[in-house]
Ligand binder design. Structure first.
Ligand code: SF4
Length: 309
């Protein structure tokens, strides 16, 4: 519990706020994200290959093998027609981990030709029928190739949901929250965006401010200063207490339409005054305004602060 009032509410907020949350994340993702070549295609075969390769290999190290693989076997037909030994040797010569993955991928290609006429099925359920394709991979292919997936729930997504909305560490609670948060029919952009958030901003040591996390104004962890998560059992270290005070300003302003700086200061810190007085608060609020989180307004001789809508 923070020392300046009650905890923010847990769980997902009201529907109209959920809409603002969705929009903020998609805008953040679309403005800037890590570019991987498989994010620029909707070819299910190319996406399946990237998903199978990235099960055991970091994304940055998948780019080259993925490109080489598609040069060698550009279509599902060409892969199905290749000798299995060639696919397995490719896998081991590119250090892609368990060779069984290569065998399964080759088997899945044959299955696609024989049972599906070379056409990929489009739902997560049907995609799981393919050899070596589990629920996560099936959903990824359905999302990224056909924009037809469910909300992804992986370790990164759980961490984000736990921190941002205080979702309890329970698989079905994560699944329900993730599904409610994703706008129907937007699995391609949404799953990419939320995984990017978990990978770039909300990692084990969160980079809320430096990565410009679009959820700071709603985030439970940002507002309470507790950044633990199911896979982060102890508080990660980060750059001092300034972030905690920024979070506290956001939380307090969430409880009021607006406050003057003189009303805000003592609510933000119990020792408000002196070195941690008005000048300090001006700087904190100016930073938050630069980041687009709050707005200030001169009213008579007072500065009023409110959350930016
Ligand atoms: S504000 Fe920080 S803790 Fe909250 S979701 Fe964003 S990166 Fe994660």
């Amino acid at each position: 519990m923070s020392d300046s009032g009650t905890e923010p509410d847990a769980g997902l907020p009201e529907a109209d706020t959920v809409e603002a949350i969705q929009q903020a994340l998609v805008e953040w993702y679309e403005t800037d994200h890590r570019e991987y070549p498989w994010r620029q295609t909707d070819d299910p075969y190319a996406i399946l290959v990237s998903e199978i390769m990235s099960q055991q290999t970091q994304l940055d190290r998948v780019i080259e093998p993925w490109e080489d693989f598609l040069d060698e076997w550009p279509t599902v037909e060409s892969l199905a027609a290749a000798p299995r030994g060639d696919v397995v040797s490719f896998w081991s010569s590119h250090s892609l981990g368990y060779n069984n993955r290569a065998k399964y991928l080759h088997e899945a290609a044959s299955q696609l030709i024989e049972a599906y006429d070379g056409e990929f099925p489009e739902t997560p359920k049907e995609l799981q029928e393919l050899m070596g394709v589990g629920p996560y991979t099936a959903n990824a292919v359905a999302s990224f190739a056909f924009n037809n997936g469910d909300a992804v729930v992986d370790t990164n997504v759980k961490r984000v949901l736990y921190r941002a909305f205080d979702i309890p560490d329970d698989d079905s609670a994560f699944e329900t929250a993730a599904a409610e948060l994703m706008a129907e029919g937007h699995s391609r952009v949404w799953n990419n965006a939320i995984m990017e958030l978990g990978g770039v901003a909300c990692g084990k040591t969160p980079k809320c401010d430096t990565a410009g996390c679009p959820w700071r104004q709603w985030c439970h962890a940002y507002q309470t200063g507790d950044f633990t998560a199911p896979d982060v059992p102890t508080q990660p270290s980060f750059e001092g207490s300034r972030r905690q005070f920024r979070g506290r300003v956001i939380r307090i302003l969430g409880e009021y339409d607006e406050l003057t700086l003189d009303e805000l200061g003592p609510r933000v810190r119990i020792d408000y005054g002196g070195d941690s007085g008005r000048e300090w608060l001006d700087g904190l609020v100016a930073d938050l305004a630069d980041d687009g989180l709050v707005e200030t307004d001169r009213q008579r001789d007072k500065t009023v602060v409110r959350l930016r809508q």
